[in-house]
Design a binder for this molecule. Sequence first.
Ligand code: UFG
Length: 278
Amino acid sequence: MYFDAIEEVFKTHDFNSVMHFAGFKAVGESVQFPIKYYQNNVVGTLFLFEIMQKYNVKKLVFSSSATVYGNPQKVPIDESSPLSATNPYGRTKIIVEDMLRDLYQSDPTWRIAILRYFNPIGAHKSGRIGEQPNGIPTNLMPYITQVAIGKREKVFVFGHDYKTHDGTGVRDYIHVVDLVRGHVKALEYLDSHEGVEAFNLGTGKGYSVLDLIKTFSEVNHVEIPYEFMNRRSGDVAISYADPKKANELLHWRAKYGLEEMCEDSWRWQRLNPNGYED
Ligand code: UFG
């Protein structure tokens, strides 16, 4: 079914590169429904590669994730850090990355950029394109914006006994528009480079859960009540990127800071209290 649907696109359109965004991405859901994740993220993706090969479209930007670093042994994390998965979602990303390295080995005319996203937040400046989670948000930023808009009472902070500057988990939040710019740069890079390369897309800076809540509150002048809870299982204490490879090879650097990420996330939520349903 997948196969025919994807092939129909290749039969009826002419293009020379593919950016693959059709993966599922919720860690908890992947633990509950692993088959759904392997089916879509691995099998569906395999069909796509098979058809790309058949139609001689061999330029690909693949959305991977910092989750492939598992519980990192050191930070900042560079691309040569060991890969490991702590859940089915992460495993699907590692499997596809491995498939791509095998594919290139078999046919060196492929041009593949694997982009390992850190924690994308923010929204388009227009306030018209943003993130609408299904049901209760599992990620921190959409949870904060739903508290700010009055949909939820308070943020539950998962763990305040980590070895970090304030005890809460540290992540590398990256503005979604910077992430988009990274894709454009990756595509440009592939115009002149064969091979398969993985790139971290992150700012290189780590912020804690409380840093994010406080910055959001300050720049948007809204109160964000919160309560400390136990750690969430599977969470790591600290994760942030070494973005040097993307800086040097892609000529890409994140340009938006945490304040703009918070302003833009809030603008989207404020203008779209019910997401795209409005
Ligand atoms: N957190 C809370 N309360 C919440 C939600 C999150 O305290 O309601 C905390 C988490 O414990 C963590 C931080 O906020 O310390 C960020 O959590 P997110 O769920 O927003 O993001 P994760 O870092 O857990 O996961 C993200 C993506 C995954 C990806 C992973 C890669 O959502 O798809 O980064 O590292 F696999």
